[in-house]
Design a protein around this ligand. Structure first.
Ligand SMILES: Nc1ncnc2c1ncn2[C@@H]1O[C@H](COP(=O)(O)OP(=O)(O)OP(=O)(O)O)[C@@H](O)[C@H]1O
Length: 284
C-alpha cells in the first residue's frame, strides 16, 4: 500500500451551528513530495478541509490522516511534523522579525533553522531587526511563511500565501514554495492565484459546495475542460476592438476577416482560470 503524506476518505465536516455539512464526503490522497492545489470558489470548503487536516477542527466524519497517522491520534507532535501558513499573518507585532522567529523556534523539540536562515529563505534578511508591526503586507506574509518552514516540516499546509501581494512579491513567495518542494516537502496549497498553481502544482483538486468535482494535473485539466480560442483585434469606426472566437473556422470570424478590418489574430491557449469556471460553475 502506498504511504500518502495527506489522506482524506469520505471526509465530512460540519460546524456546530451550521445546518448542513460544509464538506460533504471528500477523498484526497497526496503523495510525498507533491505540491497539491486545492482550488474552488469562496465558501467551497477549502479552508475548512485544511483546518481538519491541521488538527484545528476536530469534529468531522470519515478519515483524515497526515504522514500515515490519523490526525485525531496526534497531540502537539503534529506541529513538529507539519508547517502551517494561514492567510492571516500571526506574529508578535512589538517584536522584530528575528525575535519573532526565535520565539517560535523555542516551541519546537526538533532542531529548527536559525531565525537568520529562515529570514534568508523568504528574502527578509534585510528586515531582521525591524518590528513586525512596521512590515508591509507582503513582508508579513513572508514572515508567516518563514514561521511555517522554520522547523523544516515534512508537510506544509498553506492557505492563500500570495493573497493581496503585488506580482513581484507573489513571485517571491512562489519561489519559496518551489524551494520547499525541491527540498522534498509535500505542500497542500489553497489559493486563487492561478499562476502559482500553473507554476507549482503537480495536481489540483477543484472543490465546489463541499465536494471535489475534478482532480488531475493542471495540464490534463486544461486539455479536458479548457478551450483554446482565437482572438482577433480589428478596427470599427476608427476604434480598435477585440473579439474572441471558439475556432479558426468560426463563421463569425470568417465574416470579420472578409471585411478586411482585422489587424491581429492570435490563438489563446486554455488557462486554468477557464477550467476553474468550467468545473466549478457547470458541474452538477
Ligand atoms: N467557523 C465557522 N462556523 C460556521 N460556518 C463556517 C465557519 N467557517 C466557515 N464556515 C462556512 O463553511 C463554508 C466553507 O467555508 P471555507 O472557509 O472552508 O471556504 P473556502 O473554500 O476556504 O473559501 P474562501 O475561498 O473564501 O477562503 C462556508 O459556507 C462558510 O460560511
Amino acid at each position: 500500500m502506498q504511504n500518502f503524506a495527506i489522506e482524506a476518505e469520505q471526509l465530512r465536516i460540519r460546524y456546530p451551528h451550521s445546518p448542513h455539512d460544509v464538506v460533504t464526503g471528500i477523498d484526497l490522497a497526496v503523495a510525498p513530495g507533491e505540491v497539491f492545489g486545492l482550488l474552488g470558489p469562496n465558501g467551497a470548503g477549502k479552508s475548512t478541509t485544511q483546518r481538519v487536516l491541521t488538527g484545528r477542527h476536530r469534529e468531522f466524519g470519515g478519515r483524515a490522516a497526515v504522514l500515515g497517522r490519523p490526525v485525531g491520534d496526534y497531540g502537539r507532535d503534529l506541529y513538529e511534523r507539519i508547517g502551517v501558513g494561514f492567510e492571516l499573518p500571526a506574529y508578535f507585532p512589538r517584536l522584530t522579525a528575528r525575535e519573532n522567529l526565535a520565539a517560535f523556534a523555542r516551541l519546537f523539540r526538533r532542531p529548527t533553522m536559525t531565525p537568520a536562515e529562515a529570514l534568508a529563505a523568504v528574502g527578509l534578511e534585510h528586515a531582521a531587526d525591524q518590528r513586525a508591526s512596521t512590515f508591509s503586507k507582503g513582508m508579513k506574509m513572508r514572515l508567516n511563511l518563514a514561521r511555517a518552514i522554520l522547523h523544516r516540516p515534512d508537510v506544509l499546509f498553506l492557505d492563500e500565501p500570495t493573497s493581496g501581494l503585488d506580482p513581484v512579491s507573489a513571485a517571491g513567495v512562489r519561489a519559496v514554495i518551489r524551494a520547499q518542494a525541491d527540498a522534498g516537502r509535500t505542500v497542500l496549497l489553497t489559493t486563487h492565484d492561478m499562476p502559482a498553481v500553473e507554476e507549482l502544482c503537480t495536481r489540483v483538486a477543484f472543490m465546489r459546495a463541499g465536494s471535489i468535482v475534478a482532480v488531475d494535473t493542471p495540464r490534463n485539466l486544461r486539455l479536458a475542460h479548457g478551450r483554446r480560442s482565437v482572438v482577433a483585434s480589428f478596427t470599427e469606426r476608427g476604434a480598435l476592438r477585440t473579439s474572441q472566437f471558439p475556432a479558426p473556422d468560426d463563421p463569425g470570424l470568417l465574416r470579420l476577416l472578409a471585411t478586411g478590418s482585422v489587424q491581429t489574430l492570435h490563438t489563446r491557449e486554455a488557462a486554468l482560470a477557464d477550467v476553474f469556471i468550467a468545473v466549478t460553475q457547470d458541474a452538477a
